[in-house]
Design a protein around this ligand. Structure first.
Ligand SMILES: [Fe+2]
Length: 212
């Protein structure tokens, strides 16, 4: 992967504020059986200059005795095609705010504290069953130049021949989710962006790409 090619594709995708709600249900294939995960704008805080750890545990950093602040959560799921088949080797670039609602990003104007023990970015490749698993802390809500945001996790998902920027939301945040303009803009497709609670601070969220 070259940073240049990925960044140029990223910029293209970021400019295409998608009509997710209108395309989310069936996608391209008449045989589609699962709802396509709605696309979201990439937002201003993609950590393009990130140089730290990129593993699947955002709560622990090498050399740090202290764990990240906040509620530790487990998020897991699969990357699927529209027929429900697992996509093996899909890449998920994941980024999120810390428990205080602050991104470790120079463009974040928030005055909430940074957390030196929190890994705000990671990269996961799906296994033979399309599965992925992330250990992190629940992100805080935040105010941003584009409006107030309910807690969410950003993901840039690359399958075999498709790629999508998505955001995952939390089922227990029903009232906050209802106030979030980006989530509301998804209309009838919004539920496909909300994870399922498995209990004990664990969540499940399948991501559905439309592959040709
Ligand atoms: Fe965000």
């Amino acid at each position: 992967m070259t940073h240049i090619s990925r960044l140029s594709r990223r910029a293209f995708t970021a400019g295409a504020l998608t009509t997710a709600a209108s395309t989310a249900v069936l996608g391209k294939g008449a045989l589609a059986q699962v709802a396509e995960t709605p696309e979201s704008p990439i937002g201003p805080f993609y950590p393009s200059s990130y140089r730290g750890e990129t593993d699947a545990d955002f709560t622990r950093l090498a050399g740090h005795a202290e764990r990240a602040a906040g509620q530790v959560i487990e998020v897991m799921g699969r990357v699927l095609d529209a027929r429900g088949n697992p996509i093996v080797g899909a890449q998920l670039d994941i980024w999120q705010a810390n428990t205080h609602g602050r991104y470790a990003h120079p463009q974040d104007p928030a005055v909430m504290p940074l957390d030196p023990h929190f890994q705000g970015f990671g990269r996961i490749t799906t296994g033979s069953d399309g599965s992925w698993h992330l250990t992190t802390v629940k992100p805080g809500s935040y105010d941003s130049p584009i409006g107030w945001r309910t807690p969410h996790i950003h993901m840039d998902v690359t399958g075999v021949d498709s790629r999508k920027i998505v955001q995952m939301y939390f089922p227990e945040d029903e009232k906050m989710n209802a106030r979030d303009e980006l989530l509301r803009a998804l209309g009838g497709a919004a539920p496909a962006s909300v994870a399922s609670a498995l209990g004990d601070h664990r969540y499940k969220w399948d991501i559905v790409l439309i592959e040709s």
